[in-house]
Write a new protein. Structure first.
Length: 346
């Protein structure tokens, strides 16, 4: 390892040349006379002493100068019980001008006993502060709820124009939108869920629904009857409301939901008369059952439809007036007579 602290000499050579620097070198002895021999012997002895002094490491007595010029003595061999010497602080090839500190003998140094530490007592957990946020109103009904109170909610909303259908007792998307409309109009957050505050406001603005309002005969509100339906015995059928009202002298005896033909096989509109009743009729054209059929115009009739009962308004008839409530149409079939009027209008 090359050191920058000793000039141009070789490794560990503080004087620059050879193992002993530029000191005198002995080449041998020459004898010319006794006196010369004595002087020579004296000089030779002095030279030998000088060489011996140099070989023994004698040099300047200035400790500082000696520290700069003398190579570091090799560390003594360690035994198995002696810890290895610490590395020299100049082993990276950069002298720092200081003498490496002596390595302490750790083989006999006593192991310090760790001072036990007393854990500080745990700080008590502060009690939570009470929330300053206003409590949320209790939700009484929301999407998915069902039952008599939902039916009452729908009836009350219908009284003030926020629910355009008859009550069903099920809180679906239509009911949620009606509640949201009511909330926004009253300046509250439109959540669509009926909380205690919304229910209280609605009850204050409406009256207690009647039995007919709570449980109407059809899912859809019965339309205002056409003038032709106000006298006599009439099957009053509205395409707008999709309802049939069995009326006698202007009074609604029963009502039911109905559906009509598609645009390719439309149900005829106008005033007709029942001309044929067929309780267990089957269509010969479509091979389809048409129970409780009341024919009023050619092959078009009012009758029960199992497809309407199963799929609702997703389908259409071939021109007939379909009824999905089998019990109601069966009772209607027994009451209607041939010759009774049929009025179909918008």
């Amino acid at each position: 390892m090359r050191s920058d602290s000793y000039g141009s000499g070789g490794d560990g050579d503080p004087y620059g040349n050879g193992p002993y620097g530029n000191g005198p070198s002995v080449q041998g002895h020459r004898h010319s006379s006794p006196s010369r021999g004595r002087r020579t012997a004296t000089a030779t002895a002095a030279g030998v002493l000088a060489i011996a002094a140099l070989a023994a490491g004698c040099g300047p007595q200035d400790p500082a100068a000696d520290a700069l010029k003398q190579p570091t003595a090799p560390a003594p061999a360690t035994t198995a019980t002696t810890a290895p010497a610490a590395p020299s602080p100049t082993e990276d090839g950069k002298a720092d001008g200081t003498t490496a500190p002596a390595t302490p003998d750790t083989s006999t140094a006593p192991t310090p006993t760790p001072t036990p530490t007393t854990p500080s007592p745990a700080s008590p957990t502060p009690a939570p502060r009470p929330s300053t946020a206003s409590p949320q109103p209790e939700v009484l009904m929301r999407t998915g709820s069902e039952g008599p109170r939902v039916r009452e909610l729908q009836a009350r909303l219908r009284q003030i124009g926020h629910f355009g259908r008859n009550p069903t007792g099920y809180y679906g998307t239509v009911t949620a939108e009606a509640v949201r409309s009511f909330q926004v109009k009253r300046g509250t957050e439109g959540t669509g869920a009926t909380d205690a505050a919304t229910w209280q406001k609605l009850r204050a603005m409406t009256r207690t629904p009647t039995a007919d309002e709570l449980d109407p005969p059809t899912e859809r509100p019965v339309a205002k009857p056409d003038e032709r339906c106000l006298t006599g015995r009439v099957l009053c059928i509205s395409k707008k409301s999709r309802t049939l009202a069995w009326m006698i002298d202007g009074r609604v005896v029963s009502a039911m939901d109905v559906r009509f033909g598609s645009e390719y096989t439309p149900t005829r509109e106008g005033e007709f008369k029942v001309f044929w009743k067929s309780r267990d009729h089957v269509s010969t054209l479509y091979d389809t059952p048409m129970p409780y059929a009341l024919f009023f115009s050619g092959g078009q009739a009012v009758h029960y439809s199992a497809d309407f009962a199963a799929n609702g308004y997703a389908g259409a008839s071939h021109g007939c007036v379909n009824v999905r409530d089998k019990k109601k149409v069966a009772a209607l079939f027994d009451q209607v007579k041939n010759g009774d009027k049929v009025v179909i209008y918008w």
